[in-house]
Design a protein around this ligand. Sequence first.
Ligand SMILES: *Cc1c(COP(=O)(O)O)cnc(C)c1O
Length: 376
Amino acid sequence: MIPFLDLKSINEHYRNELITACTDVIDSGWYINGQQLSAFEKEFSEYCGSKYCIGVANGLDALTLTLRAWKELGKVKEGDEVIVPANTYIATVLAITENNLTPILVEPDKATYNLCPKKTEQAITTKTRVILPVHLYGKLADMPAIIDIAERHQLLVLEDAAQAHGAGLNGRKAGNWGDAAGFSFYPGKNLGALGDAGAITTDDEDLIKILRALGNYGSHIKYHNVYQGVNSRLDEIQAAMLRVKLRYLDDEIVARRKIAHAYLTGIKNPLIHLPEINSESALSDKSHVWHLFVIRNTQREALQSHLLENDIQTLIHYPIPIHEQQAYRHWSKPSFPITESIHKEVISLPISPVTKSNDIEEIIKTCDLFNKEANA
Ligand SMILES: *Cc1c(COP(=O)(O)O)cnc(C)c1O
């Protein structure tokens, strides 16, 4: 079976360095808020090009706490509207509703899967305070257009960069476009810890100060609690793991781009809709880091079975749109036809720094046989 994602093989690559880093933390006797975390925060903010970075427990907390901090700073208040793409992972929207803010779902651009600037502008009301673009599947959203809209309407921008570590445009990386950005280091993400972890990047010193307190029981000074905070921290062990893996992130992105290039130039089946790229080739498109390689087909279930019969594991990102989730059943039956058709047609092919080139060839061949065989 060609696995969709083999985390064991990915981490095996760095096994010795990870074990050394882990041993250092064990022997240090310091497991929370120590040198590993501050070193990682510095290294990751430098990588993204942002002034500050703060580690938190996971990607959902990164988004939730940023919106919460803006409320504490008086920039956003309960009931305000946050514009967000209708097709994203549910965490993006959970961060909004957790803060008693109102998510305004906007249909994506069907070619890029990302927030459509034109529809974003049309969705703005007097209650809009934040635009929350998601760099879905690893492709940077149209940030120049989104920043332009935000500036003209005096809105905050929070990037959901959970899938896009290292994606950039004109030398400016994800995490360095908006007023703040949330990252996830869930093990399967392009920069993955060996457990849960997340971070926020920003250039805003006031925001970072308040975030430090919010994630630490609302306290700047021990036992002096200014806010009703939470406990959301990035452990020393995970920070040490991430420091090792950050050094190889750019190499892994290159490996992912090579696979994307092979798929894009290899798959010829006209029934399969391939993802779009911003330059001549996936190799030179810096705006995409290929967290996922997502194709579309109107007979998605048949294609997935065909691949599985040929020992190729695939996944669906995502099978149920957020507005159809039970969690949001109290919403008044909204309809998002583009989002709904995306959710019905998408299927993700294996892509990772350890996916073997003969497996990629096998996947391409099998994709091209789809429906030829069915009709034979
Ligand atoms: C993974 C992910 C998150 C949440 O990250 P966790 O670390 O799992 O909490 C948020 N948004 C998007 C787009 C994601 O892919």
